[in-house]
Write a protein that binds this ligand. Structure first.
Ligand SMILES: *Cc1c(COP(=O)(O)O)cnc(C)c1O
Length: 399
């Protein structure tokens, strides 16, 4: 687990002095100062290398913060129509790129009105939509699959896993690509990393070069996807910059990165309250008003144990508790933590690194309310950005 003081440095002074303890839980608090610090790091990579960096909105799409980011980064990346529209509407000065595993006929015209770059996932899709995209002045790309897994244990997050639908392998390229289709291509895209350092990019880039090095000089750009943990404290930025320079010099391409996580890493908190404490066979379980299943789904999907303020996920402190959600799902468990003091109903708990893959991934399973979202300003004050109630649950289910 990362150093506690790094993850909670933004909220610690506020918790000690501010009125943040009065916010209705559960709620997300997005830390403007942390976002600004992350953006500064990305901006320096851009100015040191000439690369362009896009926000992958699927990780973080709290658009009230787009103006803060837009001075530092180059635009947005979208997973489909709605995110592309959001990027165009809320960061209009930036480029809008879109990648989707398969585009729909009935959405493609509208997509053309938002996107600057359109990346296809297959030669079939390129054949179907490449020419219309080109005729609308779009930059056209194809996602390649370098078949180079650099992560272990997270097959759900490994686009290079055997049988993956993501990206065109070289053997499929050799079978299906025609000179006419190749003519349509302005760039190549790969996305194979997840929370990884630049050593994994180095290995991947070698695989890309081995498999697709012959076609890269024909391209105007190379998009290296997301999963670069650039804003993490011990990330090797110098190596990243070297690799970006290498690609640019070797193939004459404009390099793009589209991190999601790195943009908003450690820039948010989930505030929750203990509702009850129960016991089962010597295990003390605190039931919270936040749910892993609804409000931090990656805890279950990834899975991982999120950082918690003033607590340890190891058994190093005297009081141990399993933290769990209020839903009916037996596995709605956030993790086991130890504390300096006993937990009681009404205690406030603060989870860290909660800006990413949370607010945009929430659901209302069990009729759970969606947590309100606040902005934490640099002066320690908070501003409510949005709130939710019964209507938000009901409106998705009928008329
Ligand atoms: C998920 C994804 C990203 C962002 O990944 P992070 O791990 O959040 O940096 C970027 N591009 C594509 C195509 C993705 O699927």
């Amino acid at each position: 687990m990362m150093a506690m003081n790094e993850i909670f440095s933004g909220i610690t002074p506020v918790l000690d002095n501010g009125n943040i303890r009065d916010l209705k839980t559960p709620c997300y608090v997005i830390d403007e100062k942390k976002l600004t610090e992350n953006a500064k790091i990305l901006k320096s990579v851009i100015s040191n290398t000439g690369c362009k960096i896009l926000l992958a909105q699927k990780a973080f799409s709290n658009y009230d913060f787009y103006p803060l980011l837009s001075g530092s980064i180059s635009g947005t990346e979208a997973s489909g129509l709605f995110e592309a529209r959001l990027g165009k509407e809320e960061m209009p000065e930036g480029e809008v790129h879109v990648f989707c595993a398969a585009y729909r006929d009935d959405e493609f015209d509208e997509l053309l009105s938002y996107a600057d770059h359109i990346v296809f996932n297959s030669v079939n899709q390129l054949k179907k939509f490449g020419l219309p995209a080109k005729q609308h002045g779009k930059s056209v790309g194809l996602r390649i699959n370098p078949e180079c897994s650099t992560q272990e244990g997270h097959e759900i997050y490994d686009p290079c896993a055997k049988g993956s639908r993501l990206g065109v392998t070289r053997s499929v390229w050799d079978r299906d690509m025609t000179p006419e289709l190749l003519e349509l291509l302005d760039g190549l895209h790969f996305h194979t990393l997840c929370e990884q350092d630049s050593d994994a990019l180095e290995i991947t880039l070698k695989a890309v070069e081995e498999k697709f090095g012959d076609v890269l000089p024909r391209m105007q750009w190379l998009n290296m996807g997301g999963g670069h943990h650039i804003t993490k404290a011990d990330y090797d930025v110098a190596k990243l910059e070297k690799l970006l320079g290498y690609a640019h010099d070797k193939w004459g391409v404009q390099v793009y990165l589209e991190p999601g996580e790195a943009v908003a890493l450690n820039a948010g908190y989930l505030l929750t309250q203990v509702l009850d404490v129960v016991e089962n066979n010597g295990v003390n379980i605190a039931i919270l008003d936040a749910s892993a299943a609804c409000h931090m789904p990656d805890v279950i999907e990834m899975p991982y144990t999120p950082p918690l303020y003033n607590a340890d996920s190891e058994n190093t402190k005297p009081y141990s508790y399993r933290l769990a959600g209020p839903t009916c799902l037996s596995g709605d468990v956030i993790g086991d933590y130890s504390f300096d003091n006993e937990l009681n109903a009404g205690d406030l708990l603060v989870f860290g690194d909660m800006a990413i893959y949370t607010t945009c991934k929430n659901n209302t399973f069990n009729g759970m309310p969606l947590p309100d979202i606040y902005r934490l300003k640099p002066d320690g004050s908070t501003e409510k950005l949005t709130d939710f109630g019964y209507g938000d649950f009901k409106m998705r289910l009928g008329k």
